[in-house]
Design a binder for this molecule. Structure first.
Ligand code: NAI
Length: 724
């Protein structure tokens, strides 16, 4: 039975969650039934006087309750079913909280979503102060809101502003933050956590005895006294109205109104103010019904599941991935320094090698500053950051590289240099070491040709900035072994990334699909459209930035270089737009040089630089393009290329394309990914829009055979390319 209730002779009950199959406790249908029975049992034990206090525990040290069952949310078919699911959870948790004895959630490990809502329904919460403990409400990232009483209870506990922050960001709080905000009543040392938590419950029992049942109210009363400002903002009608109006504005600005869940959270809090608990539960449940059936929610959940599946390949268990205890990174530039930091962050000692002293120093400094940033964002404690930084060492020779289980090469993007580096590496590494290249455009097979052991070689393509970008392309060369592939993929997962396996083709997955997009932006410039309006149109589609801002970000030189390589490899449809060629001849480099389409100071974007047109000899018509037209030009170019990528078996599934584009380029998540967008629009419509562009703009828009086939047959990308 999960959870299991045991009541000691002293009257202390323990309700212990321990999912029999999963690594985490999840509130799925079985667990829900188990909890329902256990609460019934606890109620009768309390009525008979045998149960005097209840501690809620988990037998899994890293997981209190990691959340509700995402599949159950995904299967909600209509608003009524969503509303009912919410009411069932609310009612069960309310019964738990209404037991006539003190109920304490003893939180250690992940306590998210439904798990956190369960904790909120208890009389008290204590938390272990270890790093694995995180308490939060990530529902918003799945397009819903905390619907088992969470939206209703949280503000009362932590105040309106902290509640909004937790629910709107979806970011979980560490134990210490939870302690500071009042989300938990007591933070306890991780050592002997369970004993200490039970001692806390025993104290309550003793208090109940001496005060005749007053412990719970005493506990509630002792809750955080907030400062005057906080009390004015959180505790007065005017203050609350102000806070909610501000939150609403921020959400609208950040999401462009495309994500209904955060707006709904604000609305439920606003309309619930001053209402009874019951009324607020009703509003919350109705909101779940509305949100859970929205397309945005369905798309976000689809992405979540695609991501889970990508992370849980054979490399997660039962596969042939080799353990990685030490690593080395060759090339201490922009990428090398950051890759070394991400390895050390996950406690993997790493040697950083370069050919230049200054580069090593810069690489180490870059690692250090990333650790400092983690400290200032309270992700790491200072002492931890220092210890991890101590795992990175640097130098000019191969000392230490020989002991590495994985070596990641990130030297300059030149085949001859990379080949020379791998030649040297083969001399120094051990027989079981895996070698990887971070190349973004060179052929992995060509690089492998000179190796004695190509089977232990693969691509491991990180995205810049490494610490923020969640994607790693794992490039399988023709001779890469399964063990090598899985070792790299498992390492990517360990670094907190999502691996997508791609075959060795020009630009692999993401850069291949981005190439026609960036080039098409160039063609729009050639036609005289306003670059700022093009960027704005793409942002209006839901992307974080437009193509010209992205070109600046990547570097105009890099984009030009990659564009040439793509045209050579893929032929005429990728022939560089004259505007981009002209731009490449100016001395603009993009953000890194302080000037591209936009101006930058200290790396921060400033205004658009109008002189770019004259500089590159471009004409600019006055007309602003219609956003829809711009969006279609860009998105159809990408869809068509993605169809080719699938046809060539560069990746195994439409899900891989979608993950790659969302996680590697910021393609709007609410659309579910590039090909989900295409499927939703209907491939017949996509095909006819592409055919129209083909007619008007020429062969680069010629629908690919796969797009034509699916468009004519009425099938979908996700249906036909469902993958493993
Ligand atoms: P970078 O120019 O910042 O760094 C390259 C480093 O390699 C320099 O420090 C250089 O001294 C060093 N180096 C050159 N020859 C070497 C050798 N024989 N042995 C050891 N070190 C050597 O370049 P960046 O941007 O870090 O790129 C490195 C690799 O990562 C390239 O293959 C690039 O295509 C790839 N990449 C770059 C991304 C980016 O946005 N910058 C994104 C993804 C991949």
């Amino acid at each position: 039975m999960n959870p299991r209730l045991r009541v000691g002779a002293d009257g202390l009950g323990r309700l212990v969650f321990d999912d029999p199959v999963r690594a985490h406790n999840i509130l799925d249908a079985d667990t829900f039934r188990g909890l329902d029975e256990a609460v019934g049992l606890a109620a009768s034990e309390a009525a008979s006087g045998r149960l005097r206090a209840l501690a809620i525990l988990s037998a899994k040290p890293r997981s209190f309750i990691a959340g509700a069952d995402v599949d159950a949310i995904a299967s909600i078919a209509d608003a009524q079913a969503g509303e009912q699911a919410s009411r069932r959870g609310q009612a069960l948790f309310a019964r738990l909280g209404a037991l006539p004895v003190p109920v304490v959630a003893a939180v250690r490990g992940l306590c998210l979503g439904g798990g956190a809502e369960l904790a909120l329904a208890c009389d008290f919460r204590v938390a272990s102060d270890d790093e694995a403990t995180r308490i939060g409400f990530p529902e918003v990232s799945l397009g819903i809101l905390p619907g088992w009483g969470g939206t209703t209870r949280l503000p009362g506990l932590v105040g309106l502003r902290a509640a909004l922050e937790l629910m709107l960001s979806g970011k979980p709080a560490s134990a210490s933050k939870a302690g500071r905000t009042g989300l938990v009543d007591r933070v306890l040392p991780a050592a002997q956590f369970e004993d200490r938590a039970l001692a806390f419950v025993r104290d309550l029992m003793a208090g109940e005895d001496s005060r005749g049942g007053g412990a719970r109210t005493a506990g509630a009363r002792s809750r955080r006294r907030r400062g005057l400002g906080a009390r004015l903002l959180d505790g007065t009608p005017l203050g609350r109205a102000l806070v909610l109006a501000m939150a609403r504005r921020q959400v609208a600005r950040r999401t462009g109104g495309r994500y209904p869940a955060p707006l709904k959270i604000v609305e439920v809090l606003r309309r619930g103010a001053g209402r009874s608990m019951q009324k607020r539960f009703e509003m919350e449940a109705r909101a779940v019904g509305e949100l859970a059936t929205s397309r945005v929610c369905k798309n976000l959940i689809l992405l979540f599941r695609m991501r889970e599946r990508a992370r849980k390949g054979p490399w997660s268990e039962g596969g042939v991935a080799a353990p990685v205890e030490r690593a080395a990174v060759i090339g201490a530039g922009v990428m090398g320094g950051a890759v070394a930091q991400s390895l050390a962050y996950r406690d993997i000692p790493v040697r950083l090698k370069d050919v230049a002293h200054e580069a090593v120093a810069t690489g180490l400094a870059a690692s250090r500053s990333l650790f400092n940033e983690a400290v200032s964002r309270r992700r790491l404690r200072r002492r931890e950051a220092e210890r991890k930084m101590g795992l990175v060492s640097g130098g000019l020779d191969y000392a230490g590289v020989g002991r590495a289980d994985v070596v990641i090469e990130a030297v300059v993007e030149r085949m001859d240099v990379k080949r020379a580096v791998f030649g040297e590496l083969e001399e120094v590494v051990g027989p079981r070491a895996v070698l990887a290249t971070n190349t973004s455009s060179l052929s992995v097979d060509e690089m492998a040709a000179a190796l004695d052991h190509p089977e232990r070689f693969a691509g491991m393509h990180f995205f810049n900035p490494v610490h923020r970008m969640p994607l790693v392309e794992v490039v399988r060369g023709a001779r890469t072994s399964e063990a090598t592939l899985e070792t790299i993929a498992a390492l990517a997962v360990r670094l907190g990334k999502t691996p997508v396996v791609a075959a060795d083709g020009p630009g692999f997955l993401v850069n291949r699909i981005l190439a026609p997009y960036l080039n098409e932006a160039g063609h729009l410039l050639d036609e005289g459209w306003d670059a700022r309006a093009v960027d704005a149109a793409w942002r209006a589609f839901g992307a974080p930035m437009g193509p010209f801002r992205l070109i600046d970000e990547v570097g105009i030189d890099v984009v030009r270089h990659a564009g040439e390589a793509m045209a050579t490899a893929l032929g005429d449809r990728m022939a560089p737009a004259p505007a981009l060629v002209a731009l490449g001849r100016t001395n603009r480099l993009g953000r890194k040089g302080g000037r591209g389409f936009y101006l930058y100071r200290d790396g921060k974007q400033r205004k658009f630089d109008l002189s770019v047109y004259e500089d590159a000899g471009l004409r600019r018509s006055r007309a602003a393009p219609k956003p829809k037209q711009v969006q279609d030009r860009l998105v159809l170019a990408m869809i068509n290329e993605a169809a080719r990528v699938l046809d060539e078996e560069i990746v195994a599934s439409a899900a891989d394309v979608d993950l790659g584009m969302v996680m590697g380029t910021g393609f709007p998540p609410f659309r579910g990914g590039l090909l989900k967008y295409a499927d939703d629009r209907g491939l017949a419509a996509v095909l006819s829009a592409s055919a129209a562009l083909h007619e008007r703009l020429g062969d680069r828009y010629a629908p690919s055979p796969v797009l034509r086939r699916l468009g004519e047959s009425g099938e979908t990308f996700h249906g036909v390319f469902a993958g493993r």
